[in-house]
Write a protein that binds this ligand. Sequence first.
Ligand SMILES: C[S@@+](CC[C@H](N)C(=O)[O-])C[C@H]1O[C@@H](n2cnc3c(N)ncnc32)[C@H](O)[C@@H]1O
Length: 278
Amino acid sequence: MAFAQERMNEAHETNRRWWEEVTPIHVASEFYDIPGFVAGRSTLGEIELQGVGDVKGKTFLHLQCHFGLDTLSWARLGAKVTGVDFSASSIAKAAELAKITSLEGCSRFVCSDVCQLGQVLNEEFDIVFTSHGVLEWLSDIDQWAKIVARFLKPSGMFFIVEIHPLCLIFDELQEKELRLAHSYQHSNEGLREFNRSDYTDRKYVPQSPRTKMLWPLAEVVQSLLKAGLPLAEFQEYYFTTYQHFPMMTKGRDGLWRLPADLPQIPLMFSLTARRPSD
Ligand SMILES: C[S@@+](CC[C@H](N)C(=O)[O-])C[C@H]1O[C@@H](n2cnc3c(N)ncnc32)[C@H](O)[C@@H]1O
């Protein structure tokens, strides 16, 4: 138990340093387009807007919120938001953006490891939300699911839209084909990566290493069931919201797909779970 905790802390600390290094690159990137956001652009996609539904007046916890663009987009729709991330510079930027966009009154940002959130926050929310590139950074999926359950009110809703774990078994660098590079099975060691371009700026290669984890869908679902959160909905999607593989092309709808002559695989999934009423 103590060994597992130590291993989790070590992997998360490696990843936290990676995130601290790339956050200023992300803040300055066209990918995140902060000026557009400040001018009123919502960063939320159709999947999460439809999946979460009306948030007006609801208390809303956003896990792994980065510098808060999605969190504050939910606040613009009327939610009372709390964003959580373990990157101090991300949280500081999120708080600054809340001020600039006059959303301070309905938003709050907390710097914490998601798996240790119980040590710094003590309340329950109508909605717990997380999205796009979150699970691969976590070393303990059962602990994560317990946190999700811990922070939901009775009848509260959890929603996640995420990169499909199948995307993580292929070599991202291949130009024209998907080459099987990693096992789909979870391994406690994860995949330690060096010298991988940043996703917002392919020219920027972080100095810090990172440890990525693949969580098979069955383990994600099982972790939520074990934490007492039955599934209400589950979907898979054959597109992504950004260019995950070099050979993907962007459609008129702004979504990215594999070439039509390649076999198609699911590239994202979404899931809704609800805490039963007491
Ligand atoms: C790909 S970003 C999520 C993107 C987010 N959906 C957005 O709207 O920008 C992943 C985030 O997870 C955070 N993160 C990774 N591991 C974490 C952990 N153990 N606890 C808290 N935050 C973590 C990173 O700091 C980063 O901000």
